[in-house]
Ligand binder design. Structure first.
Ligand SMILES: [Mg+2]
Length: 182
């Protein structure tokens, strides 16, 4: 059976509806299928890790303390659902002044890998944007494009980018991985 070292997750548009710059906890909610999907996925990789661009902070739209509150909420929900979340790695860079830590840069993936001893080549990245799939491929990971959030738009202009999986949402994606391994 396939076993991933770590299942990397994008946040907005993948785990929760992407409302644009989510600047308060009351604007954040998981898709109703997210935890069912993650519970299915954990059979194929016990550790999760969130990698998210939050340029709203760099743009002055999101207060860093509010982002911390949202992160605490996410950590609590993973804990309640008995899922191992290695961390929430976020990049607050403004795109005009982005470092390698802003996706599609690979900086946060490498940081997470160093801090947690992750074998990236045995891992998967799940996200709704080209900037999620690109670093995954670059790092030798499997990738899954989900068609929630910006996913449909991403799918229409994938060009030479070829994700390992493409699914209607993370729940359907989890089912794809499960059916391959039955
Ligand atoms: Mg996204």
């Amino acid at each position: 059976m396939k076993k991933y070292d770590t299942i990397f997750l994008d946040r907005d548009g993948t785990l929760n509806p992407d409302l644009g710059y989510i600047n308060s906890l009351d604007k954040f909610s998981f898709f109703d299928f997210t935890f069912d999907a993650l519970n299915m996925l954990k059979a194929y990789g016990e550790n999760f890790c969130i990698i998210t661009n939050q340029s709203g902070v760099g743009r002055g739209i999101i207060d860093i303390d509010e982002l911390s509150r949202i992160n605490s909420y996410i950590l609590d929900k993973f804990y309640e659902n008995k899922l191992s979340l290695l961390g929430i790695y976020y990049c607050t860079d403004h795109p005009d002044n982005a470092t390698e830590f802003r996706k599609p840069g690979v900086g946060l993936f490498k940081k997470a890998a160093n801090e947690n001893g992750i074998d990236l080549k045995r891992s998967i990245m799940i996200g709704d944007a080209r900037s999620d799939i690109q670093p995954g491929i670059k790092l030798g990971m499997e990738t899954m494009l989900v068609l929630t959030g910006r996913g449909k738009e991403t799918q229409s202009k994938l060009d030479n980018i070829d994700p390992t999986y493409c699914a209607k949402n993370i729940f359907e994606g989890a089912k794809q991985i499960m059916s391959e391994n039955n």
